[in-house]
Write a protein that binds this ligand. Sequence first.
Ligand code: SF4
Ligand code: SF4
Ligand code: SF4
Length: 298
Amino acid sequence: MRRIIDPIRKLIPFILFSALSAILMFKWPGFLFFAWIGACVSIGIYAADRYKGRAKQTGRRIAIILMAPVFLVFLGIMQRENLQLEETVFYLAYFITGGIFTRVLIHYAIAKVGGPLVFGRGFCGWACWTAALLEWLPIRENKPIPEKYQYMRYPVLIISLAVPFIMIQAGYDYISQHVYDTPGQVISHHKYHQLLFFLVGNALYYAAALPLAFIFRKKRAFCKIACPVSLVMKIPARYSLIKKTPTGERCTECGACNRNCPMDVDVMGYVRSGRRVESTECILCNACVHVCPANALR
Ligand code: SF4
Ligand code: SF4
Ligand code: SF4
């Protein structure tokens, strides 16, 4: 029976995201990309089966790198849709002042606000295009980030929200910059502004993320120190339905889960006290599950 259920279980992401594609495709055929996102996750889960222990993370790394072109090339460059937080403020202002609920806002609603109520910060673990590159860096260490550096995310978030807000107040013509193209329409002038913002914004993220990873000897140092999006996602992620859960098997207190957690979560503390991993830093990467010799987590 398990031989039948297991492959089907791995296909669940593909099935669910394909259903989402089917619902949204009537609005815009490009929403087929959701099916590809689900396929990438399912491919990653299948690929992980080929490895053992810590190497199982390769499956997720394959998934995240296969997904990155959707956001960077298809949406960012071809469709000129900047999914970054700063741009989302403009789109939100456009919507509030009578515009429509654009694809960028649909992304934010699903991946960063509504989705985390179900799958926590799974976007960070499986889909973020910034992390897609970080995950493949040749850094073997996973040093914990001192807590004092983690507060830097707050001023970065304030700056990220303040810059578009100040630009709007200063009279920046955000409405004509964010009008939604009708399908088939030639890409209009305002879309080139989107492309410029997209390229500069992502270049800044990578320019900060790559040196931080090498300086702190941790691939995801940027996520812990500087990413403003993490703070937005942490709020709904607190109530996430899906969390890592102790299986009831006895924890041997080997500490492997804590050493391998890319987000410095005290996994062992949760398992020892029999609680689910409540930390909003958890990105559902499964590294703790893969390295646990006692099968104390699922
Ligand atoms: S914390 Fe930021 S950079 Fe890191 S994975 Fe999440 S969204 Fe991406
Ligand atoms: S607690 Fe486990 S699943 Fe969550 S981020 Fe850490 S290693 Fe990944
Ligand atoms: S890896 Fe497993 S056995 Fe080791 S400390 Fe973590 S939960 Fe306990």
